[in-house]
Write a protein that binds this ligand. Structure first.
Ligand code: E4P
Length: 218
């Protein structure tokens, strides 16, 4: 299972890289705005910095919602760095653009997936990744993990190469259940990856081991 960090924050990316378990990064316009990145040149420079930090795919989202605009922005993003994956929204022109990018050998991540039908369409168009948003479905009282399970099953039925990238993963149980289901990738904040380290019995056990060692070696 691949771990992607869902952030545009360079410090967090460095921290995850140092932990040695990071396989990629996903960003979106809200995450870029949170870091105060504005203006095309700064946005492009920021994506380049992220790509230089991480050895893995980096999703950079287009802003355009029409076919020509998505293609133009996506090609410019893809030229920035070989790690760039063009993140395209699940809309009609997005699907057409994903097909175009697939034929050009440009990787894509179809974002804002909330139904199995949307994921199937994106896979048929040749998306590299589909991103079902687990947490946002939970937020409206639906079952985000059930959607991930459905998509994994459908892609496996037909051998689609499209990877299931569970997005909007908000806490450790989400991540573990995505792993049980067999999602190819999870993308989440650093706090979720760091949360995997923790158990009170680990802390208690380590404290006892160190105290016992100190007692006989004093
Ligand atoms: C996915 O690529 C999105 O950037 C992200 O996972 C959305 O997460 P959120 O619902 O916590 O904002």
């Amino acid at each position: 299972m691949k771990f992607f960090l869902d952030t545009a924050n360079l410090h967090e990316i460095r921290e995850a890289v140092e932990l040695g378990v990071l396989d990629g990064v996903t960003t979106n316009p809200s995450l870029m705005a949170k870091e105060g990145i504005r203006g095309l040149d700064n946005v492009m420079a920021h994506y380049r910095q992220i790509c230089e930090l991480v050895d893995g795919d980096v999703s950079a989202e287009v802003i355009a919602t029409d076919y020509d605009g998505i293609v133009r922005e996506g090609e410019a993003l893809a030229e920035l760095h070989p790690s760039i994956v063009v993140k395209v929204p699940m809309i009609r022109d997005g699907i057409k653009a994903i097909k175009y990018f697939a034929e050009k050998g440009i990787k894509t991540n179809c974002t804002l997936i909330f139904t199995a039908g949307q994921a199937l369409l994106a896979a048929k168009a040749g998306a590299t990744y589909v991103s079902p948003f687990v947490g946002r479905l939970d937020d409206i009282g639906q079952d985000g993990l059930q959607l991930v399970e459905q998509i994994v099953q459908i892609f496996s039925n037909y051998g689609y190469p499209t990877e299931v990238l569970a997005a909007s993963v908000r806490h450790v149980p989400h991540l573990i259940q995505c792993a049980e289901i067999g999602a190819d990738v999870v993308t989440c904040p650093l706090s979720v990856i760091s949360g995997l380290l923790n158990h009170p019995l680990t802390d208690k056990g380590l404290a006892t081991f160190l105290a016992d060692h100190k007692r006989v070696n004093a």
